[in-house]
Design a binder for this molecule. Structure first.
Ligand code: NAD
Length: 398
């Protein structure tokens, strides 16, 4: 993923006429922190925080708890964040953090200890005007609440603006949970409005997690003519040409069961999902889902990158050759960081906005961002992904 992100920045930078030195400046990270967390039971975990750029505002980016977290993954995600916040037009920079751990193997007490020790290790480098972390894969409002509490104990800060993605009772923002999925719906709608695909569409969704489920739920409510025909989680999933109810799938998943156990539809695996003959393939699982080996099987006209880095560089080149429109992650999933920013604004002002107000602000930011990326893609004859990176670069160097 780091290679992919850096190659995309180089490509877009060269097309804008930047020198290699200027591109190196865009790629390099401002600061990298890593330390070991030791829990009371003696177990040890590697922890990371990478601060890529604060040129446009405090570093901003999630914290991931996952066994595969390593320096390069965190560097890549931190880099993508700087470009995402720039494309989104919010005054924030880019950072990312993580711990190489399987949180499902920890007790609740150990998870709290890990979360608090993560903050202890970073206390001098984070804060409301320095670096404002948020949840990512396997971290949630409960974990962030522990982290905020720890930060308050260590620093005395009472603004709650040190982290976003907090629980609502702890000064979190309404609308944050659904923001990334909702944002994906807004971006796809705006691109469809400009494309030759008109009328009802079919789509397949990889990854029924936070992002994927809210994408499907919001789409079902606001665009009943977008037909969900297939969905998967890590176990595989189901296909039904007649259409699936997002609400029914979500209720089912909330009972703790796997999508492959759903009662209607035909069982499919993730390779089959990628190769379905649909208008839109929405990727909301993890990175590198589409690469040079499986890209040839994609029949969708549009790939919507809801996850971070779900398409490798070679996969992306092949999608272009196959004339598939690839809507890039730094635009398609920017809804989460936009509402994180709105949470930070509310905390700083001591305000609590209604969900309607948050959603209207989100809509405004994403409509603007999509229009600007689209216009650059027309003006510079670039695919949307390179146009998004080019738009971000212009904002990061000015
Ligand atoms: P999540 O853990 O809630 O959901 C991930 C889902 O993907 C799970 O349902 C899991 O079963 C599924 N999955 C894993 N491997 C799979 C596979 N091979 N095939 C199909 N499904 C698979 O995580 P999330 O918060 O929804 O994040 C998903 C992606 O979106 C990540 O790349 C994350 O960085 C990115 N993202 C998340 C947010 C956010 O606000 N949560 C914001 C921006 C980007």
């Amino acid at each position: 993923m780091l290679d992919t992100a850096r190659k995309l920045i180089r490509d877009a930078g060269r097309k804008l006429g930047l020198s290699d030195k200027q591109i190196d400046e865009l790629i390099k990270t401002d600061a990298e922190h890593n330390f070991e967390i030791e829990l009371a039971d003696g177990s040890k975990y590697h922890a990371y925080r990478v601060q890529h750029s604060n040129k446009r505002g405090p570093y901003k980016g999630g914290i991931r708890f996952h066994p595969q977290v390593d320096y390069d993954e965190v560097r890549a995600l931190a880099t993508l964040m700087s470009f995402k916040t720039a494309v989104a037009g919010i005054p924030m920079g880019g950072g990312k953090g993580g711990v190489a751990v399987d949180p499902k193997a920890l007790s609740k007490e150990a998870l709290e200890e890990l979360s608090r020790k993560y903050v202890q290790g970073l206390k001098d480098h984070i804060g409301p005007d320095k670096d404002v972390p948020a949840p990512d894969v396997n971290t949630n409002a409960q974990i962030i609440d522990w982290m905020v509490d720890e930060y308050e104990n260590l620093s005395g800060d009472q603004t709650k603006a040190s982290f976003t993605g907090k629980s609502i009772e702890n000064s979190g923002s309404l609308g944050r949970d659904a923001a990334t999925g909702r944002g994906g719906v807004i971006v796809l709608r705006e691109i469809l409005n400009k494309s030759s695909i008109s009328g009802p569409i079919t789509y397949a969704l990889q990854g029924w997690g936070n992002v994927g489920s809210f994408f499907a739920l919001v789409a079902e409510k606001e665009h009943p003519d977008w037909k969900l025909v297939a969905a998967t989680d890590s176990s595989g999933g189901i296909y039904d040409a007649g259409g699936l109810s997002a609400k029914a799938l979500d209720d089912f998943k909330k009972t703790g069961r796997k999508l492959t156990e759903f009662t209607t539809g035909r069982k499919i695996d993730n390779d089959q999902l990628l190769s379905l003959d649909v208008d839109v393939l929405a990727l909301a699982a993890l990175e590198n889902a589409v690469d040079e080996n499986n890209v040839g099987s994609i029949k969708a006209k549009i790939v919507l990158e809801l996850a971070n880095g779900p398409v490798t560089y070679l996969g992306y080149e092949a999608l272009n050759a196959q004339k598939v429109t690839d809507i890039p992650d730094i635009l398609a999933n920017a809804g989460g960081v936009i509402v994180s920013y709105l949470e930070w604004v509310q905390n700083k002002a001591g305000e609590h906005w209604t969900e309607d107000r948050v959603n209207k602000e989100l809509e405004k930011y994403l409509k603007n961002a999509t229009r600007q990326v689209y216009e650059r893609s027309r003006k510079n004859q670039l695919p949307l992904k390179e146009a998004a990176f080019a738009e971000a670069i212009v904002r990061l160097i000015s």
